[in-house]
Design a protein around this ligand. Structure first.
Ligand code: 5GP
Ligand code: MN
Length: 346
C-alpha cells in the first residue's frame, strides 16, 4: 500500500511513483520513441535537466530520442555548449505520438505551449518537476517541492535506472543545479545539494568554465543595455506592506537599439534584486506591443508565487513570474494590487 503521507503537498514522490517511472523507462520496447519536453523560454534547469536526462536515456540504449521546447527553437547563448544539444529538434519535429513523453521543470500544462497535446497522444506521460504549485498533469508525477532543482529529481531517477553519471550527463545536471540555487546561494542549498554537486564534479566537469559560460559572459551590447535599464529602476519603499519594491522595465526598442536577443534580459533580475531597501523586485520585459514577461523575487516578506498565480502565472515562493498585458505601468499596477495580499505572516 502507498504511504498516505508520501506524495502529498510539500513532500517528495511516493515510492510507487518512483517505481512506476522506473518501469515506464525499463519496459520501453526496443524501437520506442521517447520525447523530452521542457518549459517555454527554457532556463538552465529546464534545458540542463532535460539534456542531462536525455544523455542518460541514451546510455540505457534508447535510440529514438528527441528533445524540444515550445516556441522559437533558439537556445539562449549561455546554454549553447551544453552536451546533448544534438537531441534538440524544433517543436514541429517532435514525435507526434511517442511511447513516452517526459516533461521537465514545467509547473503546469500551460508551460508546454503547443506541445501540450503530447500528454494525450503519448503512451505514458512522465512529469519531473520541483514547483510546489505543480498541478500533477502527468500520468506519472515525480514532483518534489523540496528539491532545489528539477535536476535533483532527474538525477535520482537516473540512479534508480542504473545510469552511471558521466561528464556529459553531469554537465547538464550541474548547470540546472547552479541555475536554480543561484550558484549555491539560495535557501534550498541543502547538504544533499552539495553532495549531488560533488558527485557531478567527480565526473571531471569544470565548474569555473561552466559558470563563466552560463552566468558571467554576455555581449558588450547587453552590458550597455543592462546599464540603461538599471538606470531607470524605481524604488517604492512603502509598497509590499512597507517592505519595499524595486522594479524596472525593458522594451523591444531597448533590445533593438543594443542589437540584443530577449533572453539576455533573464539575468537582469539578479542585479535589480540586490537593492537593500526593497524586499520585492520585479523586471517587466516587453515581448509584444502590449505583452510583458514579468520576473519577480522576494527576500522573505512576500510569497511572490501568490502574486504570479493571481495574475495567471506561477513559480516558487521567492521566485515567480507571469505574462502581463497593457502597458508596463498597467502591469506594475496589477502587481502592486496583489502584493499586500501575499505578505507572509512574520
Ligand atoms: P524567471 O523570473 O526566472 O523567469 O522565473 C522564476 C520562476 O517563475 C520560475 O520557477 C518559472 O518557472 C516561474 N515563471 C516565470 N514566468 C512564468 C509564467 O509566465 N508562468 C508560470 N506558470 N510560471 C512562470
Ligand atoms: Mn527549476
Amino acid at each position: 500500500m502507498t504511504d498516505p503521507a508520501a506524495g502529498a503537498a510539500g513532500t517528495g514522490p511516493a515510492e510507487a511513483d518512483w517505481a512506476a517511472a522506473v518501469a515506464a523507462v525499463r519496459d520501453l520496447p526496443a524501437d520506442a520513441q521517447v520525447q523530452l519536453i521542457c518549459h517555454v523560454n527554457p532556463d538552465g534547469d529546464a534545458l540542463g535537466s532535460m539534456l542531462g536526462f536525455g544523455l542518460g536515456l541514451r546510455q540505457l540504449g534508447v535510440r529514438q530520442l528527441r528533445a524540444t521546447f515550445p516556441g522559437p527553437p533558439e537556445v539562449p547563448e549561455p546554454f549553447r555548449a551544453l552536451p546533448g544539444l544534438d537531441l534538440l529538434v524544433p517543436e514541429e519535429d517532435a514525435y507526434p505520438a511517442p511511447h513516452l513523453v517526459v516533461c521537465f521543470d514545467a509547473a503546469s500544462e500551460s508551460r508546454l505551449g503547443g506541445l501540450v497535446d503530447r500528454l494525450a497522444t503519448a503512451g505514458t506521460a512522465l512529469v519531473l518537476d520541483h514547483h510546489a504549485s505543480n498541478t500533477r498533469f502527468g500520468g506519472i508525477n515525480l514532483v518534489d517541492p523540496r528539491a532545489a532543482a528539477t535536476s535533483v529529481v532527474a538525477e535520482e531517477l537516473l540512479a534508480r535506472l542504473g545510469v552511471r553519471l558521466d561528464a556529459g550527463i553531469a554537465e547538464g545536471l550541474y548547470v540546472a543545479l547552479t541555475t536554480d540555487t543561484g550558484s549555491f546561494r539560495f535557501e534550498a542549498t541543502t547538504p544533499a545539494v552539495h553532495e549531488l554537486a560533488a558527485r557531478l564534479l567527480a565526473t571531471g566537469i569544470r565548474p569555473g568554465d561552466i559558470s563563466r559560460q552560463v552566468f558571467d559572459t554576455r555581449p558588450f551590447g547587453a552590458v550597455r543595455l543592462f546599464g540603461e535599464v538599471m538606470c531607470r529602476a524605481r524604488l517604492e519603499p512603502t509598497a509590499a506592506g512597507g517592505n519595499g519594491l524595486v522594479w524596472t522595465y525593458a522594451t523591444l526598442d531597448d533590445l533593438a537599439r543594443h542589437d540584443q536577443r530577449p533572453y539576455v534580459l533573464e539575468a537582469l533580475i539578479d542585479s535589480v534584486r540586490c537593492t537593500a531597501e526593497a524586499d520585492v523586485s520585479c523586471v517587466v520585459k516587453q515581448v509584444r506591443s502590449d505583452e510583458w514577461a514579468v520576473s519577480m523575487r522576494s527576500k522573505g516578506a512576500v510569497d511572490v508565487s501568490r502574486v504570479a498565480v493571481a495574475l495567471g502565472g506561477g513559480g516558487h515562493t521567492f521566485a515567480a513570474g507571469f505574462t502581463g498585458r497593457g502597458s508596463a505601468d498597467d502591469v506594475m499596477a496589477s502587481i502592486r494590487a496583489e502584493l499586500d495580499k501575499a505578505l507572509i505572516e512574520a
